[in-house]
Structures are given as structure tokens and as C-alpha cells.
Design a protein around this ligand. Structure first.
Ligand code: NAD
Length: 493
């Protein structure tokens, strides 16, 4: 199979317990700078969703191995935190160069394990690469503040120090971008890291770890452990871990948020979504339809910023007819087929169609807020169409939804766009932009039920998440004259 041609120099082979005696690649853990095969007897198949072939097996890391990973991260911390920020940045400079060099291999691995088209997989890597580029400016990002002479002879300054061992828990839908949202910023701030990739597509994380080593990241600064609920719970409970970045579903995210916060950890938890587009009658029809089709069905709808609901203001019929026409023209195929528009969805848990993960673009019209398809996150190539008699009613529909990841408006009216921007209750707003995922100098600012925590991913907020402020007040003055003792609370003089 194709995967063997990829770069997994550290994968080991294990005889499958089946009678076929086929050798299957086992995905290694990465502990203290070494790729190691887990001793666990339990493993999960990683399946190519376009073919059902077993690509590799991902082990359920044992507790001892997990402890070893945390311990490696803990040991690496003192010397890594005292490594000059310029040296840490240089490793990121090198890492971004290596990711560019291997982007095709990374994309092929993503398509093989996750299913999205190769072009889309390139985008997955590229959006993560941009965070690595951003981390190259850490000296400026992590800069503290200084106020001289807050009182006579006294200055105050603050510095942002790394926290220690941090951890990341990833979803299946962006196997490169989301690990890259997490560890580059964390380690360039001076932290060490334990990453738990999605058990459905762990390959890209391993390739990124290989590249990080090649870039010069010291042993133990980045570690990877595989598994599911048990290793995640171990991450939440471990007293040596100071902060957790999570991206995934609400069930897992709220569990992790509650369990890890109760242990006093910082948690940033990016979760599910139901992103709406409002289409006003004055919108440019061609551009808006293209945007709806691309954002509704791209990546087979498996993006947390996919547009899954469109609210047409006024007569929706002409819009819906054209939407169906354009959706029909999309090609559903394996992600490796050059003209595929959308690939398979990740799992085959559809009763009656157990062997195929392919779902064509699906449009549901006449949807109302009380319907199950509206209340739940579908996370597939399904676009719901709703109607509103007025712009105000459309805004009200969006605001009543519990999620707040993103919302978009399509209009040619600046006044309407401004009203939307002000009144809409969603963390990331697109004005004639269907998937408004901010670049890394801003932050990924999902809100309401799409996010738990305080400090968002990447950008300034991301640096704040991975650092602790220390504020220093210093006095350097000639004390020869002496000022006597005063037991009163010091005030500025
Ligand atoms: P998931 O929650 O099933 O899995 C995410 C991670 O959590 C995995 O590593 C998994 O092993 C772990 N996990 C799952 N259930 C757990 C449990 N009960 N206890 C402990 N750990 C558990 O999510 P997924 O299906 O991989 O990803 C899709 C979801 O991620 C969607 O809801 C999507 O909206 C969301 N997502 C959100 C964003 C965002 O930025 N808001 C980005 C991408 C994906």
C-alpha cells in the first residue's frame, strides 16, 4: 500500500493477529527524543476511509509509557526554558523550511488516513505551517512590559515565563494543522510538550515530530503518546502537566475542561460548531453560491468552520435551485483522484452502508430550529437551508443557536454588514467570506458552546495561554541616608 512509500522511517512492523499474516505498520510513540514501539497489547486500526485498507495500527499507550513521556518532558524543561529565545526561534525557522520540503508527503499521509483531497490536505499543512512561521517571532510576542519609576527609585516590569509541561489533545479532521496550532507556540515559549494525536490519523504528527528533531528540537521537548480516553484522562490528572490544549467534540472537550480544571490546570477547549451564513437578497448570487458550496461541502463538511446552515432572507427558492445544481456538479471520489472535489468521511458508521464512507453533497430545505438535524452537529457534507422574512429574524436564528464558532453574511450593503458584525453572537465573523479562520497573528476565537476557557488558540492569546506573567518591582537607590521604619502599607511616593 501507498503508505509504505512515505517517510515513516520510525514505524515498526508487527504481525497482525489475523490468519492473513499480513504485516501492519505500528505507529510509534515518541518519548525523550526516541521513537518507541509501545508495549501495549491493544491497538486500534487506522483505516484509509477511501478503501477500508488498514494503514497502520495505533497503540493504546500504557500508563508507564505515558509517565515516561511526561517525565521526559519534565526533565527537558529546565535547560529548554533557559535556552535563549533566539535559539528556540531558529529551530522554528528550520522547522518551517522542512515542512515546506515535505509538504507533499505530509499531504499524502493526510489523504491516506483522513480522506480529504490532496489539495485540501496541502491546505491543512499550510495553515499549520503559518503558525510555525508566527512562532519564529516569539522574542517579540513574548516581550514583557516595563514602567520606570513607579515610585521614587522603584521600577516595575513584567515577564512572561513558560509554564512547564503542557499537553495537546487533537481531533481527526486536521491531522497536521491542529498539532501545529499547539506545540510550535508552546515550545517556542519555552515549554515542553506531550501531544496526543487523534487515534484515527496519527501519521502526520509522527512525521512532524521527525521534522522537529531534524530541525534541532532537543530530546524530550516534544513527546507523543497515542491512545484514547485512558491516556486523555491520564493527561487531565497528571500533576506535572500545567496546561492542556484541546480541539474536538463537545462531549470530550467539556469532560477534559472539567476534569483538568478541577486539577488546577489551564485548559483551552475548542469544540463543536453549527456555522451559519445569512444571505441577503442583494448578495452577489454567483459569488455567494460558490462560497456556500465550497464552505458547505469542502473537506466533506468535516471542518469546524464549515458552513452547515444557510439562512436565506426573502424568497429562497431561486437560491436553493441553483445551490442544488452546483452541488450536483461536485465530484465525490478518493482524495487522491486529481479532480475529486470531496473525499470520503472519516468513519463508516452508517447502517446499511458499512463498507463505504462516501456521502454525496446533501441539501436539506425547509429546516426549522426544532429539528434534530439543526440541533446536532452533523460534521458531514450536509447543508441545511432555512428561511427568514427579515434580516432581524435571520440574526435572531443565528443568535439562538448554542454554538458560536463562526458566522458569515453575504451582502452588498455595508450598512447590513456592519449591523451583522455588531449584533451577531459568534466568535469569528465573515463578511462575504465563508470560512473566516483568522491567520496566526490574530487568534482562533470561537465562542459560546464552541469554546471553553479564557485564552484562545494562537496569536497573542495563544502566547498568553502558554506563559505565566511574573511582575517584578525593583528598588535601586542610595539607601545611605536611611528613611526609618514604616509599618504602613507602601504607597507610591
Ligand atoms: P473527538 O472529541 O471525538 O476526539 C478528539 C480527541 O478527544 C481525540 O484525541 C480523542 O481520542 C479524544 N476523546 C474523544 N472522546 C473522549 C472521551 N470521552 N474522553 C477522553 N478523550 C476523548 O472529536 P473528533 O471526532 O476527532 O473531531 C471532530 C470534532 O472536533 C467536531 O465536533 C468538530 O467541530 C471539532 N473541531 C473543532 C475545532 C475548533 O477549532 N472549534 C476544530 C476542529 C474540530
Amino acid at each position: 500500500p501507498q503508505i509504505l512509500a512515505l517517510r515513516f522511517s520510525h514505524f515498526s512492523t508487527a504481525a497482525q493477529p489475523s490468519s492473513s499474516k499480513r504485516k501492519t505498520l505500528r505507529v510509534p510513540n515518541f518519548i525523550g527524543g526516541t521513537f518507541v514501539d509501545s508495549q501495549s497489547s491493544t491497538a486500534i486500526d487506522v483505516i484509509n476511509p477511501a478503501t477500508q485498507e488498514v494503514v497502520s495500527q495505533v497503540p493504546l499507550t500504557t500508563n508507564e509509557e505515558f509517565k515516561a513521556a511526561v517525565s521526559a518532558a519534565k526533565q527537558a524543561f529546565p535547560s529548554w526554558r533557559s535556552t535563549p529565545v533566539t535559539a528556540r526561534q531558529r529551530i522554528m525557522f528550520k522547522l518551517q523550511e522542512l515542512i515546506r520540503r515535505d509538504i507533499d508527503k505530509l499531504a499524502m499521509n493526510i489523504t491516506t488516513e483522513q480522506g480529504k483531497t490532496l489539495k485540501d490536505a496541502h491546505g491543512d499543512v499550510f495553515r499549520g505551517l503559518e503558525v510555525v512561521e508566527h512562532a519564529c517571532g516569539m522574542a517579540t510576542l513574548q516581550m514583557g512590559e516595563y514602567v520606570p519609576n513607579v515610585s521614587n527609585g522603584i521600577d516595575t516590569y513584567s515577564i512572561r515565563e513558560p509554564l512547564g509541561v503542557c499537553a495537546g489533545i487533537c481531533p481527526f479532521n486536521f491531522p497536521a494543522m491542529i498539532p501545529l496550532w499547539m506545540f510550535p507556540l508552546a515550545v517556542t515559549c519555552g515549554n515542553t510538550f506531550v501531544l496526543k494525536p487523534s487515534e484515527k490519523d496519527p501519521g502526520a504528527s509522527i512525521m512532524l515530530a521527525e521534522l522537529a528533531m531534524e530541525a534541532g528540537l532537543p530530546n524530550g521537548v516534544l513527546n507523543i503518546v497515542h491512545g484514547t480516553n485512558d491516556v486523555v484522562n491520564a493527561i487531565c490528572d497528571d500533576d506535572n502537566i500545567r496546561a492542556i490544549s484541546f480541539v474536538g467534540s463537545n462531549i470530550a472537550g467539556m469532560h477534559i475542561y472539567a476534569r483538568a480544571s478541577a486539577k488546577g490546570k489551564r485548559v483551552q477547549s475548542n469544540m463543536g460548531a453549527k456555522n451559519h451564513a445569512i444571505v441577503l437578497p442583494d448578495a452577489n448570487m454567483d459569488a455567494a453560491l460558490n462560497a456556500l458550496v465550497a464552505a458547505g461541502f469542502g473537506a466533506a463538511g468535516q471542518r469546524c468552520m464549515a458552513l452547515s446552515t444557510v439562512v436565506f432572507v426573502g424568497d429562497s427558492q431561486p437560491w436553493e435551485n441553483k445551490l442544488v445544481e452546483r452541488a450536483k456538479a461536485l465530484k465525490v471520489n478518493a482524495g487522491t483522484v486529481p479532480d475529486a472535489d470531496l473525499g470520503p468521511v472519516i468513519s463508516k458508521q452508517v447502517p446499511g452502508y458499512e463498507q463505504g464512507n462516501f456521502i454525496g453533497p446533501t441539501i436539506l430545505s425547509g429546516v426549522t430550529a426544532d429539528m434534530e438535524c439543526y440541533k446536532e452537529e452533523i460534521f458531514g457534507p450536509v447543508l441545511l437551508c432555512m428561511k427568514a422574512d427579515s434580516f432581524e429574524e435571520a440574526i435572531d436564528i443565528v443568535n439562538r443557536n448554542k454554538y458560536g464558532n463562526g458566522a458569515a453574511i453575504f451582502t452588498t450593503s455595508g450598512a447590513a454588514a456592519r449591523k451583522f458584525q455588531t449584533e451577531i453572537e459568534a466568535g469569528q465573523v465573515g463578511i462575504n467570506v465563508p470560512i473566516p479562520v483568522p491567520l496566526p497573528f490574530f487568534s482562533f476565537t470561537g465562542s459560546k458552546a464552541s469554546f471553553a476557557g479564557d485564552l484562545n488558540f494562537y496569536g497573542k492569546a495563544g502566547v498568553n495561554f502558554f506563559t505565566q506573567i511574573k511582575t517584578i518591582t525593583q528598588q535601586w537607590k542610595d539607601l545611605a541616608a536611611g528613611s526609618g521604619v514604616s509599618l504602613a502599607m507602601p504607597t507610591s511616593q
